[in-house]
Design a protein around this ligand. Structure first.
Ligand code: FE2
Ligand code: FE2
Length: 457
């Protein structure tokens, strides 16, 4: 970890990818770069070890199947060498190789992803590494709630979890479990599927309905093993299913991963609040029109959902929409509020807001992707945008979405120089510009299908 000149904390956002498949290397490299990381690649195990020593990346993405030595050997070598043993490693595996994944986790891998990897899944896990770098040990007194009626199972479980560093509260009935969970004091809930009063599925449903953030991870431990039961469990909100008797190693690995995820969710909640403070500041200084940023965020999320974006991606869209014009805080107020036409140097200064925005956001932990979108939110598919005149595929999906949301919001709001357009007229203008090649037709189609939802923002 290093400090940059402005005092913000910068993490070495460099990722080493080790995979023998050229296509995968290209794909993961692209995904990482899109999310604001630098990617270094190696196609054999030995090359990977070599680069890990030379490049000192902040994270290694390691395929378990390699042509020269196995991924597990690479992992072991990196774990024993002094210069590489603290670099977090995410292993990549084919779905059928469950045993190897468990072995890798036992050998100290940070996390794992299963092929085929989606952008969302990969980036979420990578962000997790960079989010949770600082001093998070196992357990770390993370508060865990155990809901288990068997005295035997309950006490063994409590003892084991305490020895891993968790802070354990144990209750014996579903009702007590729901009551305790509602206090919001727990980061993980371990739940027996068969309880004397209410069954486990009902307990989870109730917890999901009552808890404050609705996101506490739930692990269900049960003797039920049928697929139908599992599906029922996932539907009611169970995150992980473990059959009784659960292997301690598996439970340990799952808990470690869920604790980190929980940490990130909580951190994101706080970050969203802070971003809310910033958008208030943008508005109060009249750098943008009232509620412009919140609305662009809302529209971006609606379009994203309609286009199949999920989880982490939706959060990125929300943050990018909220912050897209943050750079206007740095642009001279007399230029922003000038009633007449801007001369060319004034216009150039206004355009610089996207670069200023990127500069403001980039040093923030976990905001690499957001900073990239903020920089490019005025790019157009035909290359006529700014600041980098990106064209076609160079304009990422998220940039296309936030750009279109920004433009639609501007068209449907009053401006000093014109009245707002009705939504159909605004859409017509965007469709015409799509025909001219400026917007992604798929994004504009999603917008056209979402007009009713957008009215409610
Ligand atoms: Fe802008
Ligand atoms: Fe804007």
């Amino acid at each position: 970890m290093s400090k940059d000149g402005t005092g913000g904390i910068l993490v070495e956002r460099k990722v080493l990818v080790v995979d023998d498949d050229v296509e995968s290397l290209r794909l993961y490299g692209d995904m990482l770069r899109r999310a604001g990381y630098a990617a270094v690649t190696a196609s054999t195990g030995w090359e990977g070890i070599d680069l890990a020593v030379k490049e000192r990346p902040g994270l290694i993405l390691l395929d378990l199947r390699l042509p020269d030595i196995t991924g597990l050997t690479v992992l072991e070598t990196l774990r024993t060498a002094l210069s590489t043993k603290s670099i977090p490693i995410i292993v990549v595996s084919a779905i059928s190789k469950d045993d190897d994944v468990m072995k890798a986790m036992q050998m100290g891998a940070f996390d794992y992803v299963v092929k085929p990897i989606t952008y969302d899944d990969l980036i979420r896990r990578v962000e997790l590494v960079f989010f949770s770098r600082e001093g998070q040990g196992e357990g770390d007194q993370t508060p865990v709630l155990i809901v288990e009626d068997s005295a035997m199972d309950g006490s063994v479980l409590s003892e084991q979890l305490t020895s891993w560093g968790y802070q354990v509260t144990w209750v014996r009935t579903g009702r007590e479990g729901i009551e305790q969970a509602a206090t919001g004091n727990f980061d993980i809930i371990l739940l027996d599927g068969l309880l004397p009063d209410i069954n486990g599925f009902e307990v989870v449903k109730e917890i999901r309905a009552t808890e404050r953030l609705g996101t506490t991870p739930v692990i269900m431990l049960t003797v039920l093993s049928g697929l139908v039961d599992k599906l029922k469990g996932f539907e009611s909100g169970v995150d992980v299913f473990l059959n009784k008797p659960a292997s301690w190693e598996e439970l340990r690995v799952r808990m470690r991963s869920l604790t980190r995820l929980r940490g990130m969710t909580k951190q994101r909640f706080v970050l969203s609040e802070v971003v809310g403070v910033i958008t208030n500041a943008i508005e109060l200084t009249e750098a943008t029109e009232p509620r412009h940023n919140q609305k662009v965020a809302g529209i971006s999320v609606i379009l994203g959902k309609r286009m199949g974006v999920q989880g982490h991606g939706l959060w990125v869209l929300e943050m990018s929409g909220s912050l897209h014009d943050v750079g206007k805080l740095v642009v001279r107020r007399d230029i922003l509020s000038k009633p007449g036409k801007l001369n060319s140097s004034e216009w150039a200064e206004v355009q610089r807001h996207s670069e200023y925005g990127e500069k403001i956001i980039k040093p923030v932990h976990g905001f690499g992707e957001v900073a990239d979108i903020v920089r490019h939110h005025h790019e157009k598919m035909d290359g006529s945008g700014y600041p980098d005149n990106l064209k076609g595929d160079q304009v990422s999906l998220f940039v296309r979405i936030v750009g279109a949301a920004d433009s639609y919001e501007a068209l449907t709001s009053d401006r000093p120089y014109r009245r707002s357009y009705a939504r159909d007229k605004a859409l017509e203008i965007l469709c015409k510009e799509t025909d001219e090649g400026r917007w992604d037709p798929k994004v504009i189609a999603a917008l056209s299908a979402s007009l009713d939802d957008l009215d409610n923002l």
